[in-house]
Design a protein around this ligand. Structure first.
Ligand code: RUQ
Ligand code: CUA
Length: 669
């Protein structure tokens, strides 16, 4: 139990906070005194056993009804194949964006022709076509203009199948899924260049190039390769385009995360790797398992890539077409001097370019240090051709001592770093389960000692990535960081052996970090998150016009319109133009013959905000979500005779249950 009389100085703070609470409750009381309201915040705090720190945290995170959050986080949904949208500081879940996985509420992959086409567009390009119905989302990336989040698009990778998706932030919907040619899986994505010209990813697990060509593991060194992928993004179209996209072949080290340079380093790309040992596993054959084989050396290689020159080389026709894509072969990359290695602390995850573009922070998961290189030093070493040697593929290796600026002991297992607006960096420390705050070097803190560990805060437990407000842009905001923890034992009510993951909100406004809030995440595993100022987003409130097709982002010429509803038969094709409006579908009866091909063009003709209708046909596995103005298409064969109710799945009005109709499928004679 907390002794309230023993707080001393802390008690003064408490008195102040409680005073504040009393003030608020006083205002509330005078307006509407509700029966049962204690009117005594101190009593509530006492009864609930809240400490002054708890009360402060509550005051900093509570967002009253009707009020908005200051920031939005876009979190990967991990194996759910989705993206979560979360408000900060309230940590309220606002939306789950369907990306790689069917999602019934949004009607994604549940019968609409548009989403079926979208999902299948990410199918493997070779072999038996199989529509993938899950993905493993890892690293979301907001589009940037001049190194700042611009609130227009979000990109996310699917590690399991090497796909990248484009989400348009006007309607928070997935617009494109691209299967990356030549890759079967990819982890290190998505990362954008400062003006979103390219979306970049690294391959991780090396496979024969292209992946569908077989090569036994004994030929690992000769035949297996990694790739750094550059998807060209066309902002006008809002799509990744083939024209201008290219890839760079790299040795079969397991390339991991990348970070494109910014400001002074714009035009260069930095990617981590591990398993430079080229371990091939084989625990069953008495070989060391990957975990041991891939961590024998003390150093792995940071890949330093001259992207601008790579683009020139592709333009000069020096790339090779593999599966229809320009791939710069490894020997060309070496000969043209676009690829260099820098020894880095082993098994790193994060490579993070600081806001000024000069400092490059490496977090080696098996080390106790973060290592800071500078772009200046890297450029100088490259210019002087001052190499420590070459790797087995001829790639020049810069001298560690030539390029290192600082090494800072922050604890065991640094993983990923973000930045604030005051010249501090925040690194998640996986093995220790802490977040470390440390000071960057000049020019941030003139007159202050650089490269100092400032503060550490324990978290619960096993933090992976960390996110701070706009913390990987050229102008971070500070204020909040969130540690994205894998484990939550002893934090929440128990819900069986699969525990929630835990987002912990940290207040970083003071010298010392403060833990404000625990948010259990029931959809795993959220790997990485980006946090954007909410006022940078301007999503549509309703679709711009009635009959709007979100797949084309324009009015659908075939959209059903009010007063033009009809059913037209042509041979065994039956087309239905249907509208939805509170609280009826028109038409309400659809009569077809067994075996007919049925197409329903359906439009929600509402203009009222939030007046969404669903459209489900029992027994036919169909459920659409039609937001105000939206037009969608359903296509199916009426192969099951019988009478099938269809109904609206959204509780849209008092007469919502009456928003229904029948599909009659008359059996063949
Ligand atoms: S990751 S912490 Cu893919 Cu960067 Cu999981
Ligand atoms: Cu429309 Cu319920």
């Amino acid at each position: 139990m907390i002794k309230w009389t023993k707080f001393g100085l802390g008690g003064l703070g408490l008195a102040f906070l409680i005073g504040l609470l009393l003030l608020f409750s006083g205002v509330l009381e005078s307006k509407s005194r509700q029966p049962g309201l204690s009117g005594n915040a101190e009593q509530i705090a006492k009864a609930r056993g809240l400490t002054p720190a708890n009360i402060e945290a509550a005051l900093k995170t509570y967002v009253p009804t009707g009020k908005r959050d200051e920031y939005l986080m876009f979190a990967s949904g991990g194996h759910s194949g989705q993206v979560l949208v979360i408000g900060v500081p309230s940590m309220r879940l606002l939306k789950v964006i369907a990306v790689f996985t069917p999602e019934p509420w949004q009607g994604f992959g549940q019968g609409s022709e548009e989403s079926a086409i979208l999902l299948s567009s990410g199918n493997m390009t070779v072999g038996k076509q199989r529509t993938l119905n899950w993905g493993d989302t890892h690293h979301p990336a907001l589009s940037e203009t001049n190194g700042e989040y611009d609130g227009q698009f979000l990109f996310i990778n699917d590690k399991a199948n090497a796909r990248i998706a484009v989400i348009d932030l006007r309607d928070f919907e997935t617009k494109q899924i691209v299967k990356t040619p030549n890759l079967i899986s990819n982890h290190g994505g998505a990362f954008v260049t400062p003006n979103t010209e390219y979306i970049i990813s690294g391959s991780q697990y090396a496979t024969p190039l292209p992946f569908h060509e077989y090569a036994p593991i004994e030929q690992y060194k000769e035949k297996y390769r990694g790739l750094i992928v550059f998807h060209k993004f066309d902002r006008q179209k809002g799509k990744i385009v083939a024209e201008g996209s290219f890839q760079i072949e790299v040795p079969p080290y397991w390339q991991d995360l990348c970070d494109p340079g910014k400001k002074v380093s714009e035009g260069w790309i930095f990617c981590n790797s591990f398993n430079t040992e080229m371990a091939t596993g084989g625990i069953g054959q008495g070989k060391p398992p990957f975990e041991a084989g891939a961590s024998q050396r003390d150093m792995d290689y940071l890949h330093v890539i001259n992207m601008r020159k790579a683009i020139q080389i592709v333009k000069q026709g020096k790339a090779k077409k593999v599966s229809g894509v320009d791939v710069i072969p490894l020997d060309v990359a070496v000969a043209e001097e676009i690829l260099y290695f820098v020894p880095e602390a082993k098994s790193p995850h994060g490579v993070d370019v600081a806001p000024d573009g000069n400092y490059i922070v490496i977090s080696g998961k098996l080390d106790t240090h973060v290592t800071i290189f500078t772009f200046d030093r890297i450029m100088k070493a490259i210019k002087n051709k001052n190499y420590e040697g070459k790797d087995p593929y001829g790639v020049p290796i810069l001298k560690y001592n030539d390029v290192v600026e600082a090494q800072l002991n922050i604890g065991l297992g640094p993983l990923h770093t973000q930045f604030d607006n005051k010249g501090y960096a925040y690194t998640s420390v996986f093995i220790e389960s802490t977040v470390a705050k440390w000071s960057l070097g000049p020019p941030y803190h003139e007159g202050e000692k650089a490269w100092q560990l400032i503060d550490k805060i324990p978290i619960h437990y096993n933090v992976g990535h960390i996110v701070c407000a706009e913390g990987d842009t050229v102008t971070p905001d500070g204020k909040y960081c969130v540690s994205l923890n894998k484990w939550s034992i002893d934090r929440f009510n128990e819900v069986g052996p699969l525990y929630p993951q835990n987002f912990q909100l940290l207040d970083i406004t003071g010298n010392k970090m403060k833990l404000l809030y625990d948010m259990p995440i029931g959809i795993g595993e959220p790997h990485y998150v980006q946090m954007i100022k909410a006022d940078k987003l301007s999503p549509w409130k309703v679709y711009p016009e009635v009959g709007f097709n979100p797949a084309t982002m324009s009015k659908d010429p075939n959209a059903a319109m009010l007063g033009k509803e009809r059913i037209v038969r042509n041979g065994n094709k039956v087309e239905v133009w249907m509208t939805a409006l509170r609280s009826r579908f028109n038409p309400e009866h659809i009569k077809v013959m067994e075996g007919d091909n049925v197409v329903i063009y359906i439009t929600n003709v509402e203009r009222a905000r939030d007046a969404t209708h669903g459209f489900a046909i029992s027994g036919y596995n169909i459920n659409l979500s039609l937001e105000p103005g939206e037009s969608s298409t359903v296509r199916f064969t009426a192969d099951k005779p019988g009478v099938y109710p269809f109904y609206c799945t959204e509780f849209c009005s008092a007469l919502h249950l009456e928003m229904a109709g029948y599909l009659f499928v008359e059996p063949k004679k």
